[in-house]
Design a protein around this ligand. Structure first.
Ligand SMILES: N[C@@H](CCC(=O)N[C@@H](CS)C(=O)NCC(=O)O)C(=O)O
Length: 342
């Protein structure tokens, strides 16, 4: 009996402890509201994704996503504290609570989504790994890279894909490993390696930083899937939902042609139920997320829809000039698709 009772007590105690741990972990939204800003982990310097401009202000697709979370929660897109992180530092920063969300060209993989205690909330950029070589090498395909010295960044999916690709194709290579993107592109520029490999978006970005961007070409092969997206800690469903529905709102807003420029007019005039729900005039509004009813309106008004953000940061309106490709909406030949707001 005593034994049975102590088992029951032990079970009760451990479930209480578990509940307490969960209750603590549930508090990211409360914490953000209390501190008055979102602590957002970003890349230290990757043009188009997150990069400080000449005035020292952070810019890029991942930066704008941080701003969208701040607009949805606090109601002010400027309430973000940016924490630049290398690839190696990023997951510990999230696990330890140093940041509230990681918005840093990070690939969604099984290992990261499970064993690291983290959850990917969606995909804000469908990418794939590629190679960049010096034009004067005259190389046309990655299959000609046998024996090459390859510049690569540590702590990334890139390192593993590189090893897989060369092994599968019966080729050897010499890795030249760096900790940051600027070091990696400098290594390539100064001739430490023949090839630089990273996500294709990163190749376009790093190419801009070369002494002569025209001296390098990007090879046609894409050797992996790199779905990049925002990440949160496991065990905080409310915050997970806030972050993922911020992304879905940006994508849905593009689908329904709601932009930062026309959202006020549509709020007054539109009878379209999809648009009215998107900006919180009808439908589930903010209650389920623990946000104000205008959370979607604030994202669109202050930051814009997904297409606006894409074009401004990495697309035709940016120095990178990346085409929408896979990142076009599903209604436009791409695979960006968000569940409905209803
Ligand atoms: N998507 C890959 C690669 C991400 C990555 O860190 N890429 C480098 C090379 S483009 C980078 O962004 N560096 C920026 C920095 O170090 O601040 C991953 O999640 O592992």
């Amino acid at each position: 009996m005593a034994n049975k009772l102590s088992v029951v007590f032990a079970a009760l105690a451990s479930s209480t402890a578990l509940f307490a741990a969960n209750a603590n972990a549930e508090a990211t939204l409360d914490k953000v509201m209390k501190q008055g800003y979102v602590q957002c982990g970003v890349s230290a310097g990757l043009p188009g994704f997150s990069n400080p401009n000449a005035k020292g202000q952070w810019e890029g697709l991942d930066v704008e996503f941080c701003q969208a979370i701040a607009a949805a929660t606090i109601g002010d897109k400027s309430k973000v504290k940016y924490i630049p992180l290398t690839a190696k530092e990023r997951f510990t920063a999230l696990q330890s609570g140093e940041i509230d969300v990681l918005s840093r060209n990070t690939t969604w993989t099984l290992h990261r989504d499970t064993s690291l205690g983290l959850n990917f909330t969606g995909v804000n950029y469908y990418d794939g790994q590629g190679f960049m070589v010096k034009k004067d090498m005259g190389i046309k395909s990655a299959k000609e890279l046998d024996g090459a010295a390859v510049c690569v960044q540590s702590g990334t999916t890139t390192e593993l894909n590189l090893a897989d690709y060369f092994r599968v194709n019966g080729m050897t290579y010499k890795p030249v490993v760096f900790d940051t993107a600027p070091q990696t592109s400098k290594g390539f520029d100064s001739g430490r390696c023949d090839v630089l490999t990273t996500d294709q978006s990163g190749l376009y970005a790093l190419r801009l930083n070369l002494k002569d961007p025209n001296s390098a070409v990007v090879l046609p092969e894409i050797i992996s899937k790199e779905p990049l997206g925002p990440v949160v800690r496991q065990g905080d469903d409310q915050w997970f939902n806030v972050v993922r529905w911020t992304l879905f709102t940006m994508i849905n807003a593009e689908e329904f042609n709601v932009t930062s420029a026309n959202v006020d007019k549509l709020a007054k005039e539109s009878k379209d139920p999809n648009i009215r729900r998107l900006i919180g005039l009808d439908g589930p509004k903010g209650k389920g997320l623990g946000l104000k009813d205008d959370w979607g309106y604030q994202i669109i008004k202050q930051v814009g829809n997904y297409g606006e953000s894409f074009e401004r940061t990495v697309g035709e309106g940016s120095p990178l000039k990346i085409k929408r490709g896979l990142n076009a909406l599903w209604t436009n030949g791409g695979i960006q698709y968000a569940p409905p707001i209803r």
